[in-house]
Write a protein that binds this ligand. Sequence first.
Ligand code: NAP
Length: 357
Amino acid sequence: MNLRENVRLAPYTTLELGGPARYFVECASESEVRAALAHAAAHELPVFVLGGGSNVVFADEGFRGLVLHVAIGRDQGIAFGERDAAAPEISAGAGADWDTLVRGAVERGWTGVECLSGIPGSVGGTPIQNVGAYGQEIAETLVRVTCLDRATLERRTFTARECEFGYRDSRFKRRDRGRYVVLDVTLQLRRDTPPRVRYPELRDAVTRAGSLDAAAPADAVRLVRQTVLALRRSKSMVLDAADPNARSAGSFFMNPVLSRAAFAELEQRWHSTGGAGAIPSFAAGDAVKVPAAWLVERAGFVKGYRRGGAGVSGRHALALVNLGGTSAELLALAEAIRAGVKGRFGITLECEPEVVR
Ligand code: NAP
């Protein structure tokens, strides 16, 4: 175990923010994770488990315990199943790069994760919030997740059903929050199956780029990936060192899902306070999903808004960007936005990234 001291956390996050970890250990195997957890328990150190760093804000003061960086399978840690299988499997260590997995699946012409192209972060983070985009989510292809119980050091495997997935949600965010370290993930994809493009924004963009109907399934999958990457790039939602808007944690706020009664109240409030036009909304079962970006902009925090060293991305109102400032500045901006949305609409936005103090 290579235990290091006072390691700056900023380079391990896509926001590039955060002070030092008192202790930091990179774990490339299950046994290293076990050793790190045992060490932390013996020394009564709080532990933070870090994956790809795409969904975390570390405080400027850093973290006074042990940061356990999961690097299992980071190098060559993705096992692609038989090319010819009808339902090929992919297994990957938690530390493997998510988009490398997606690229490998798409290169093989396999269907099931193409809409999840270009999402920053590691494989191990994907089941936690049931990562999804453009009408597809990991719950549709995941078959198992192997985890290590942080307290008992027992191994446990969960099926997709046992993960209790919901919209950007799973048991790992709720009743088992903080309990497990994800070790590896197995997905099952499909071969010779046309991709389903349900999301209108994506469907329109794919149609402009080429014809899905005329394409063989493997080519259609590639076209969808290319289109998703282009869409994400246009919103600065892919990692790009040259793009100042990309120094973010992706979406900073969850899209609120309201009961029909709460949505009616929201509409009433919007119109009675001079709001013009309809509030964009989408059915989510019996409830209504409202784009958080719309609320943020209507509360006055428009794209490109800047406050000190933090700002709202010039390309997407849901992404907060580090403009050379501090975590404190970024979190202050997040709080100002939450207060603004609460004041204007009566809705409390939930932050998506984990804030670690
Ligand atoms: P967007 O397309 O601007 O959409 C904003 C919101 O409107 C989302 O809640 C989205 O739902 C909803 N929406 C838009 N069109 C819809 C439709 N036809 N039917 C149902 N709902 C619709 O979103 P964006 O911020 O640019 O992100 C693009 C995609 O990446 C979205 O799917 C978004 O959820 C996803 N994303 C996911 C994560 C994550 O998993 N943590 C982070 C960032 C972005 P959905 O959220 O259900 O798509």
